[in-house]
Ligand binder design. Structure first.
Ligand code: GLU
Length: 480
């Protein structure tokens, strides 16, 4: 085998979008092939006419394009039909398969299927991940390999394609391990090539240790979900490669090239790997933090509210704040409380501590009542009003000072005005008169929100003039 070039394959059935478990299998195949100077082929197994849909094939191809995994060739299985049939005929002619008249219970008729003549023997193979695996095939009986002479089914088509495509390594999800003995029997009956080497990758599990599935876990099982929600493909690949494997030290951030160098399939753990979306978000945050501002904005645009734009002073002031807060770009939609076109986005954001609607105030102050302006430990309108008036006075002074400094009327981004400088102007007053007493009404007057960034950051983002306007309105409200 040593001189045979390594050829692996990923063989999805287009009955749904690309599953994250499928993406991981494809990645493991890719890494194994590339680190051995081999090839990886994509085979779309579209022979189950009832369950396949062309849009799923499109979706799978799109997903790989997005992930940046490039195959060395793509095969559409149905195009190989004549070859599958040729091998079916040959298996029958050689006595390895036979036409069987089956009773169709409902219609009381007999239909023909083609069954494989099981030699009923013990089969053992050395799995790249699981080690020695053995089966007694007797219990499989004479299993069906074609619905008719013109309709070969999964096991046969799969094996014939692996043979004719020169596949040397079949690396796939553990859910296929029960197919392997049947496929080995077919492979041996055809007898053209030595068996491939098999590797069965352990399942992806939810925190509850059950297999993750679309039915139970929804859209988050598909790669499409992460693409739509603005995750970075490199982050997803990095997360996937570490599900069941690690490089042996504490390195977590791995580029595709580093993965090719370091991946070791024999070190993939035998137990199922937990798919922890918070960990994925951590990876995404790491990769987001490496983006230049220009790249960040390019990705963020899809999720930013339209009214904000990306060229004005407000956006420039918000950018570092947004960068610091988001772990996936779809969190941006959450921050502005505009929701998102994609279902499920906010639940992830919320569980990661991104407060929904935190930046809503940027567009306009949210409706509040006079009572909401009052600090709960000191609920006096008089006191709140006095503090707001003093805050306005301090801000006017800050404004006067910065106007003497280096104001830039076009951008409102003069260097000496920032959240820190605003804080140092206001903090002494708050310290003396009680932080809650001063800062609660101030923040509420600026935002109308129970939760938001601190008031100094809010003032910086809004600009002093807009902040003063909002504070004046609050003072009026307290007079009512
Ligand atoms: N088409 C099969 C599936 O998607 C995969 C077969 C294989 O990898 O051998 O489940």
């Amino acid at each position: 085998m040593s001189n045979t070039p390594i050829i692996t394959r990923f063989a999805p059935s287009p009955t749904g979008f690309l599953h994250v478990g499928g993406a991981r299998s494809a990645l493991f195949n890719y890494l194994y092939a590339k680190q051995n100077g081999g090839k990886i082929l994509l085979r779309i197994e579209d022979t189950d006419k009832e369950r396949n849909k062309p849009e799923y094939t499109e979706g799978i191809l799109e997903a790989f394009k997005w992930l940046g995994l490039v195959f060395d060739g793509t095969v559409i299985q149905s195009a190989n039909f004549a070859t599958h049939k040729k091998y079916l005929d040959k298996l029958i002619a050689d006595g390895h398969a036979f036409i069987s008249k089956e009773k169709v219970v409902e219609e009381g008729q007999r239909a023909e299927v083609i069954r494989f003549k099981n030699p009923n023997k013990k089969i053992a193979f050395d799995d790249m991940i699981k080690g020695e695996v053995s089966f007694d095939t007797t219990e499989l009986g004479d299993f069906v390999i074609a619905k008719s002479l013109d309709e070969p089914i999964f096991h046969l088509s799969n094996v014939v394609d692996d043979i004719t495509m020169g596949i040397t390594h079949v690396i796939r999800g553990e859910e296929h391990i029960s197919n392997t003995p049947r496929q080995i029997l077919i492979w041996e009956a055809i007898g053209e090539k030595p068996r491939p080497i098999y590797g069965h990758i352990p399942l992806l599990l939810a925190e509850t240790r059950e297999k993750i599935s679309k039915r139970k876990h929804g859209e988050m099982v598909s790669v499409e979900y992460y693409r739509k929600n603005g995750y970075l493909p490199d982050a997803l690949l990095n997360f996937l490669v570490l599900l069941g494997w690690n490089p042996g030290d504490n390195t977590e951030l791995l580029s595709l090239d580093q993965m090719i160098k370091q991946f070791n399939i024999s070190k993939v753990q035998k137990a199922g790997a937990i798919f922890n979306i918070e960990k994925l978000r951590w990876f995404d945050k790491q990769y987001i933090s490496k983006l230049s501002d220009a790249d960040f904005i390019e990705h963020a645009k899809l999720f930013l509210p339209e009214w904000l734009g990306t060229s004005g002073p407000t956006f420039k002031k918000l950018l570092p704040l947004i960068k610091e807060k988001v772990a996936s770009f779809s969190d941006i939609a959450s921050l502005f409380g505009s929701g998102s076109a994609e279902a499920g986005v906010n639940s992830n954001a919320a569980s990661a501590g991104v407060m929904s609607g935190e930046l809503r105030f940027v567009r306009e102050v949210q409706k509040y009542s006079a009572d909401q302006l009052l600090w709960k430990k000191n609920p006096s309108r008089e006191v709140a009003r006095k503090h707001l008036e003093e805050c306005a006075r301090i801000l006017n002074a800050v404004k006067g000072k910065s106007a003497e400094g280096s104001p830039d009327p076009n951008t409102d981004l003069n260097t000496d005005l920032n959240a820190e400088s605003i804080k140092s102007a206001m903090w002494p007053y708050a310290e003396v008169h009680g932080r809650g007493d001063v800062l609660w009404p101030l923040r509420m007057s600026l935002t109308g929100q129970e939760k938001s960034p601190d008031p100094f950051t809010c003032i910086y983002i809004l600009g002093i003039d807009e902040s003063l306007k909002r504070i004046e309105n609050a003072i009026e409200t307290l007079k009512d």
